[in-house]
Design a binder for this molecule. Structure first.
Ligand SMILES: O=C(CO)[C@@H](O)[C@H](O)COP(=O)(O)O
Length: 222
């Protein structure tokens, strides 16, 4: 069970400080949302910001590209310090090529699916991805309500992994809090992205540790 705090909900004027807080509190990954104003209706930040926070922690950077034409920017994010790069199946007409490109830089490659996208579209690449990210909100903004109809997809992905000995992690992102994390863990997710449920709390370190201990108590039994 891994926690991946989303810095979208952090204080951008004090990003290094916020990154250090969650890193010291035991975050497993730092989740970094890149939004281009085209694929999603919001703009966040680019590789230079990612590079500027790299020195604040050693934990892996889990970079979620919510952008059109991700191939064009993958090298920039690797150079900025990404360890895992996930791309949306909805934004990749040549998904296999994009995954090859990510791996060619020696970093882990993952695919993201929106709530309205069926997980079966990923069947041809399940054997070779490091991570599947199931969006549990429509991407673009933090602080939205969890969409429970995504849960059967998480179960299906966990079943496929068990049946075929696949190695991908199943990450969930959007509206994850102390209640919804239970359903996600029961369904088979093992990496939990949380923005507001960590950074909007008075004590982000304590919030992160509480979320992780709730998830640990609800590990899926296959
Ligand atoms: O990718 C996204 C939103 O598009 C997420 O990573 C959000 O940043 C999660 O925020 P909360 O729902 O946890 O506040």
């Amino acid at each position: 069970m891994k926690m991946a705090p989303s810095i979208l909900a952090a204080n951008f004027a004090n990003l290094g400080h916020d990154v250090k807080i969650v890193s010291d509190a035991g975050a497993d990954y730092l989740h970094i949302d890149i939004m281009d104003g085209h694929f999603v209706p919001n703009i966040s930040f680019g590789p230079s910001i990612v590079k500027s926070i790299r020195s604040y922690t050693d934990i892996p950077f889990d970079v979620h590209l919510m952008i059109q034409n991700p191939d064009q920017y993958i090298e920039d994010f690797v150079k900025a310090g990404a360890d895992i790069i996930t791309v949306h199946v909805e934004a990749c007409p040549h998904l296999h090529r994009t995954l090859q490109l990510i791996r060619s830089f020696g970093v882990k490659a993952g695919v993201v699916i929106n709530p309205a996208t069926s997980a079966s579209i990923l069947e041809p690449v399940l054997h070779e991805v490091d991570m599947i990210l199931c969006m549990t909100v429509n991407p673009g903004f933090g602080g939205q309500a969890f969409i429970p109809s995504v849960l059967p997809k998480i179960e299906w992905l966990a079943e496929q992994r068990e049946k075929n000995n696949y190695l991908y992690e199943i990450e969930v992102d959007g509206g994850v809090n102390e209640e919804t994390i239970i359903d996600c863990a029961n369904a088979g997710a093992d990496v939990f992205v949380a923005g507001s449920a960590i950074f909007a709390k008075d004590d982000p370190a304590e919030a992160l540790q509480n979320l992780k201990s709730v998830a640990m108590k609800h590990v899926r039994r296959g």
